[in-house]
Design a protein around this ligand. Structure first.
Ligand SMILES: Cc1cc2nc3c(=O)[nH]c(=O)nc-3n(C[C@H](O)[C@H](O)[C@H](O)COP(=O)(O)OP(=O)(O)OC[C@H]3O[C@@H](n4cnc5c(N)ncnc54)[C@H](O)[C@@H]3O)c2cc1C
Length: 382
């Protein structure tokens, strides 16, 4: 059996790497072990979109220039399910970085900060007093479970996965585009709504393209998942020929994250932390990982209460906002009204970006403006 680690992180995606980086940043002498079943670099099905909010987190973790060599873009275009359009410049630049690159760089940064990285798939967990033992061999004072949407550790501590109504599924691929194409585009679809396709140019003549929808809507078609996802991607992006198609589930936030149990903290997808409006999860993974790493090395006893408080402070109001908006967005007319309003008012566009990609909340006057337009559109239609 190993000595006792101050922190063992399971999973080396953005949530796990952030936890490991933060722990060593705050306590450079802390013994931190990062386990992942894969060797890095490894691929991960993702849109690769990293918003400015995610870069703020990288700065907090002490790696501000991690993706500085990738082309920034501020241009965003969205077509709503009913055909309302907005094309505008976002307040701050966003990036598209293949996860094969991004995740490997984060893990390298953790290694450079003194985190020990091992290839190891966690299968068992036992709690022995104030210690957690993984697979009978690795003992930790605290564990951050950042092992993704199908988290083994979450199952082992008895926390159930996201219910199907809070789960989406998406396929992503890569396609050739003009090298000077720098518009991040989203095409929403009325049929099977909520559902949308995206094209996120990377800046090297390729783009990450994909299509995602809610799992119950996919099941309602009665057709094989691959047929539906690939078919709709081709339908919405007809001029694009996508390769390396790969699909994965997205556990959408139900409004309140599941922070863990005892000395085991859940972060990122393992905590069901994906924005239900956009499918954004990298920012949440970085925030929750950072806060879990912080609690692991700073809390005097059980780190979970500190982690829960940290999450509540950083994301509580925002998550409750997205929960309400996700409910309203079940009606495509609501999204039409929101996009229509964003096309007329730049401050609304900026706010939607903050809510969809960061930790933004909606002030009451704005909610009223969207409601007014929704009602107006409904009256006009009838
Ligand atoms: C198709 C698609 C498109 C998306 N597009 C975007 C986007 O453009 N922007 C965005 O912000 N978000 C996007 N998301 C969401 C985003 O991918 C996730 O929210 C994000 O990857 C979560 O990071 P994580 O660190 O929690 O988990 P992951 O990145 O999934 O990392 C989990 C890690 O745990 C490891 N692991 C798993 N089980 C074990 C085990 N038992 N033992 C050891 N290691 C284990 C895995 O190998 C993996 O490295 C998308 C998701 C999908 C599916």
């Amino acid at each position: 059996m190993d000595d006792v680690w101050d922190l063992v992180v399971v999973g080396g995606g953005p949530a796990g790497a952030a936890a490991a980086l933060r722990a060593r940043q705050l306590r450079p002498e802390a013994r931190v072990l990062l386990l992942d079943r894969a060797d890095f670099p490894r691929d991960k099905a993702c849109g690769d979109g990293i918003a400015a909010h995610g870069r703020d987190e990288l700065a907090l973790l002490g790696v501000p220039d991690l993706i500085a060599d990738y082309r920034p873009t501020q241009r965003l275009a969205v077509v709503s399910p009913g055909g309302a359009r907005v094309s505008a410049t976002s307040a701050r630049p966003n990036h598209v970085v293949p996860r094969k690159v991004f995740d490997a760089r984060l893990v390298d940064a953790a290694r450079a900060r003194g985190v020990e990285v091992r290839r190891h798939q966690v299968r068992a967990l036992a709690v022995l007093g104030d210690r957690v033992v993984l697979d009978g061999t690795v003992t930790a004072r605290a564990v951050v479970a950042a092992d993704g949407a199908n988290s083994t550790v979450r199952r082992l501590i008895g926390i159930s996965p996201s219910p199907e109504r809070h789960t989406a599924i998406a396929v992503r691929g890569y396609a050739d585009v003009d090298a000077d194409d720098d518009v991040q585009s989203i095409f929403m679809q009325r049929d099977g709504w909520p559902a949308y396709a995206w094209s996120f140019p990377i800046g090297d003549g390729t783009a990450n393209v994909g299509y995602g929808m809610l799992l119950p809507r996919l099941h309602a078609t009665g057709l094989p998942g691959k047929e539906v996802l690939h078919g709709r991607l081709a339908e919405l992006l007809p001029h694009v020929s996508a390769r390396d198609l790969r699909a994965h589930h997205l556990p959408l936030s139900p409004g309140r994250p599941r922070p863990g149990s005892g000395r085991v903290m859940l972060a990122g997808d393992a905590a069901g932390l994906i924005n239900p409006l956009t499918g954004e999860g990298i920012f949440y993974a970085l925030v929750s990982g950072r806060l879990a790493g912080e609690a692991a090395v700073q809390a005097a006893g059980d780190p979970l209460p500190a982690y829960r408080r940290g999450l509540g402070k950083a994301l509580g109001r925002h998550l409750r906002t997205t929960d309400v908006l996700a409910l309203a967005s079940q009606s495509p007319g609501f999204i039409d009204a929101a996009i229509d309003t964003a096309a007329r008012r730049k401050e609304v566009f900026d706010l939607l970006v903050d809510v969809g990609l960061g930790a933004g909340t909606v002030p009451a006057p704005l909610a009223l403006a969207v409601l007014r337009r929704w009602l107006l559109n409904t009256v006009r239609r009838h």
